[in-house]
Design a protein around this ligand. Sequence first.
Ligand code: KG4
Ligand code: ZN
Length: 358
Amino acid sequence: MNVLAIESSCDETAASIVVAGEHVLSNVIASQIDIHRIYGGVVPEIASRAHVEKIESVVQEALKEAGLELGDIDRIAVTRGPGLLGCLLVGVEFAKALSVSRNIPLVSVHHIAGHLYSPYLGREVNGWGENVPGGKSFDPYIGIVISGGHTSLVKVHPPAGFEILGETLDDAVGEAYDKVAKHLGLGYPGGPIMDQLAAKEVPGEDLGISLPRPMLKRPDYEFSFSGLKTAFATEVEKLGGAEFVRNDENTLIQLCKEFQEACIEVILTKAKKAMKEHKIERLAIVGGVACNKGLRRAAEKLQTKYQIAFPAPEFCTDNAAMIAGLGAHAELPAESTSSSMNASASLNLEASFQGWKG
Ligand code: KG4
Ligand code: ZN
């Protein structure tokens, strides 16, 4: 089955064609990072307008790269939510128009569910397909979604059964990365910049910087990154202010390392606890922050005990391939060629798949 997917929930206009839920023929992403960089974050109205300008050419490009025409498409999948409403609407309305005018069935996909499906994409990259002896397994796994908009720990019954174990009570982990980097004047998005700095060797004396590990001792699976962000800002003041820290390599590297270690410790400790409690030894780490090299290195050490899947970086940050992959599993005709589908900024993950197979 050839699925064409459209994703426009935040600041990436994306389209992709995936065959049989796993072979990615094209994965086109028009990123708006350069547009939003001067504001230090995503501006919803500007994002929505940029989606309108890009969506048609992005879909055309996805078809061209795949060497297919609309007539070869068996199904269209679109991100219905959650996300920025004005952004979601662009993708949903475009998908509806294509579906109705070309009589191609349309299914909606939850954005977070798409992230959680991303380890199944592309057998040639590191995901479940490669890690699992004998090929792809649809056994349950614990998924942790870490991105700019979300931090959720989920028990997944793949492809589309979800039980949320815990979420962030305030900032998402990627948002915390972006905000502390902005505080230091390092640029946007902050995650990759902080990751690079944290990987550097400490050039000077040990400053003994210590940041909290929020919610680590709590018995539940909730997260909080707002306090860590505040502790970071307080530490910056103690160390001599943002300008000093930014320009003093030794201080900057040690502060980034400590922030990164705090995030990694919280993420992996909660994930391990969930695997132990639910007697599941499979973990998928997904979302933009799953690109983090420090996190990947730390998780590799757990590979002896657990099966850990990281999607390839192009399937970690927002993309339409994950939407197309999961969309292949939808039971039709729930919303086939539906002109009544609505975008939903706060779509519920657990409820959005009732009626799906799997
Ligand atoms: O999944 P994504 O593209 O968008 C959302 O759905 O939010 O994730 C973007 C987030 C940003 O906050 C960015 O700073 C973070 O992912 N990110 C990283 C890294 N690469 C991207 N965070 C930490 N380390 C990285 N290497
Ligand atoms: Zn996302």
